[in-house]
Design a protein around this ligand. Structure first.
Ligand code: HEM
Length: 237
């Protein structure tokens, strides 16, 4: 297996004089132990979430041929004659971003946000004591008919405003929060959003995606595909 850039980072930290449990002067704080833990966490949990999200996204695109067609047409329009995908074309890729938001609503890899209460709290008619673990199940909220019309259907169009731009102006800002919210919001959010746009656009530009049957899911706090049965057909241009 190839070396991960984070292994290089850890090695660099060792070379720069960091020792386990000793605070780093170079990096302004974290100990080597902390750095190794973050790197391991990134490689396992974060990369896994990114991978699972991509599989869910490809699955939903494979199962919704009309959306796949619209997405392909948008990408071809923004990158004519084999032009490179760049920051300008990506900024205009509204349908692409709408597909990603819709995929986070229908199949989020992190289906709830967890908090431990610091102080007593009254929520509706429930009195919760400090120290209670509260799970905010955003997946259920996303699939609730009272929040979204035809909630079980994959419909990127619900994220598009009248002028065709991807926006969530008509959707409550705390309903679809795949990266959490507030002080503990995921620091990988921007990186993941960009990465998903680039990878999906490149895949759809080159391949027609198909999926046989229905995807089975595993749930161990995070949602993951049990198996992925994709067929990728190279596009003829
Ligand atoms: C599709 C990919 C990802 C998803 C869906 C995701 C989702 C989340 C969620 C829901 C949280 C909890 C936020 C909260 O409690 O409010 C979180 C936290 C976190 N994520 Fe991500 N994440 C992803 C990828 C990444 C990546 C690539 C990185 C690393 C660059 C990362 C680093 C972190 C860290 C360090 C935290 C803890 C933040 C804190 O507690 O202050 N995540 N993520």
């Amino acid at each position: 297996m190839g070396r991960c850039c984070l292994e290089g980072l850890v090695d660099a930290a060792v070379l720069s004089g960091l020792k386990p449990g000793v605070n780093s002067k170079v990096l302004g704080g974290p100990s080597l132990g902390g750095l190794v833990l973050s790197a391991t966490c990134f490689k396992t949990c974060c990369c896994q979430k990114l991978g699972n999200t991509l599989v869910f996204l490809m699955y939903l695109i494979a199962k919704n041929k009309e959306s796949q067609k619209k997405l392909y047409e948008e990408i071809m329009r923004l990158t004519p004659n084999g032009a490179q995908l760049d920051s300008h074309s990506l900024s205009e890729a509204h349908y692409l971003r709408a597909c990603i938001m819709e995929s986070f609503r229908v199949l989020p890899t992190a289906p709830c946000v967890a908090r431990i209460l610091e102080s007593d709290l009254k929520l509706s008619d429930y009195y919760l004591k400090a120290g209670t673990v509260v799970l905010c199940h955003t997946w259920l909220a996303g699939l609730d008919e009272s929040n979204f019309e035809d909630a079980k259907s994959f419909s990127p169009e619900r994220w598009l405003s009248a002028d065709g731009t991807c926006s969530s102006v008509n959707i409550h800002p705390f309903l679809v929060v795949p990266f959490g919210v507030g002080r503990r919001v995921c620091p990988g959010k921007r990186f993941v959003e960009l990465e998903l746009q680039v990878i999906l656009a490149q895949i759809v530009r080159q391949f027609e995606i198909d999926f046989e049957g229905e995807m089975e899911l595993n749930f161990e706090f995070l949602l993951a595909p049990a198996a992925a049965n994709f067929t990728m057909k190279e596009r003829v241009r």
